[in-house]
Design a protein around this ligand. Structure first.
Ligand SMILES: Nc1ncnc2c1ncn2[C@@H]1O[C@H](COP(=O)(O)OS(=O)(=O)O)[C@@H](OP(=O)(O)O)[C@H]1O
Length: 363
């Protein structure tokens, strides 16, 4: 009897020690987890690539700092390259860098929507217009992941993204993706659900715009017609010149359609983005499943610049136009050169209208 009492007491004591130990270990595990999360490692844990499709309907508002700073922190493209892109944003309100309210909330996700092209189409304007939407968070500079930095890996790419809360859309723009052969397959392997936005503009004007940009960096550049023609007498167009090649939209789109159905694309008219920014933004917001928050109230036409500007850009309370490199005057190109180029593009344009089911009205 005495012996069994003693055994019971012993068992009870043993149980008490055991439960104390398990509480102790649970506390240690919780403490380690908490410490780990506080150091920001939780949301950098690898996740399945396909789990990034958030519900585009439930929206939560979040304000944050400038994403372009984050590019520097993650072994990003060269500083000069990022600086060049930042100069696209004129009057960049330096104080907005400090209004970083919710920098550590949310998590970095792969973009659910990408502006993939086209170069000189109006991609910067579109991204800046979208960034005033509270449910859109975007990288400021062009990441160039699917063309130049693919070997850095998907985690590198995800780390470039701003943090988002549930229901917010992560975006980026890199216009060269549209003409990069490997880009469709690479984007598809990140997520087959990615929404793809292409801002297109009359390929002739686009080519002149492209040439104007190169000329601004290399003033000794040969004339437009020298570069555009392989043979000036026969009028044979040099399709190896990138300013010409980029404008053959149908050819590049074919490449994308091998991976994505047409329903994944939205084609934005670069011309209408200038003449009716609110109308075009309405289409974009619908496509992204966003509430139509960006409306004509957000724009005003700046007579000096000759382009629509934002009354209140993201992170700023002052009106802002895009930078000097956007909407610059083009050099005069002989009309017969432009006419020849127009003839060259006509069949490709018609094909593009057929493929997209949209007549962009380029003559
Ligand atoms: N609101 C507003 N403000 C200024 N510029 C505007 C705007 N909307 C569209 N655009 C047109 O955008 C053209 C530049 O296109 P991108 O931003 O795609 O260029 S880039 O590929 O990122 O270099 C740019 O081309 P250029 O006129 O040749 O400079 C503009 O015509």
């Amino acid at each position: 009897m005495g012996c069994s009492k003693w055994r019971a007491a012993f068992n009870f004591g043993h149980l008490k020690v055991q439960s104390k130990l398990s509480v102790f270990f649970t506390m240690i595990i919780l403490f380690i987890y908490l410490f780990y999360c506080l150091n920001g490692y939780c949301d950098s844990l690898p996740r399945p690539v396909y789990d990034q499709q958030s519900n585009l309907q439930n929206k939560i508002i979040l304000k944050d700092g400038q994403e372009t700073e984050q590019l520097g922190a993650y072994n990003a493209p060269p500083v000069s390259f990022v600086r060049e892109q930042l100069s696209d944003l004129t009057n960049s309100d330096s104080t907005s860098n400090n209004i970083s309210i919710a920098n550590n909330f949310g998590s970095k996700k792969f973009p659910q929507a990408i502006i993939i092209g086209v170069k000189k189409g109006g991609t910067r304007a579109l991204l800046e217009f979208l960034r005033i939407h509270p449910d859109v968070r975007a990288v400021g500079a062009e990441p160039h992941f699917f063309d130049r930095f693919y070997e850095k890996g998907l985690e590198w790419y995800r780390n470039l993204m701003p943090r988002t809360l549930e229901g917010q859309i992560t975006m980026e723009k890199t216009p060269s993706y549209f003409i990069t052969k490997e880009a469709p397959r690479r984007v598809f392997s990140m997520s087959r659900h990615t929404r793809l936005i292409v801002v297109v503009r009359d390929p002739v004007t686009r080519a002149v715009s492209d040439y104007t940009q190169t000329l601004s960096k290399s003033p000794g550049l040969p004339s437009f017609q020298n570069l555009a023609f392989r043979n000036a007498t026969t009028g044979l167009i040099d399709t190896s010149w990138s300013a010409v090649r980029i404008g053959i939209y149908a050819k590049h789109l074919e490449n994308w359609l091998r991976y994505f159905p047409l329903s994944r694309f939205l084609f934005v008219s670069g011309e209408r983005l200038v003449t009716d920014p609110a109308g075009e933004m309405g289409r974009v917001q619908d496509f992204l499943g966003l509430k139509r928050v960006v409306t004509d109230k957000h724009f005003y036409f700046n007579q000096t610049k000759g382009f629509p500007c934002l009354k209140k850009p993201e992170g700023s309370s002052r009106p802002r136009c895009l930078g000097k490199s956007k909407g610059r005057p083009h050099p005069q190109i002989p009309s017969e050169v432009l006419l020849r180029l127009r003839d060259f593009y006509r069949p490709f344009n018609l094909k593009f209208y057929q493929m997209t089911g949209h007549d962009f009205g380029w003559e």
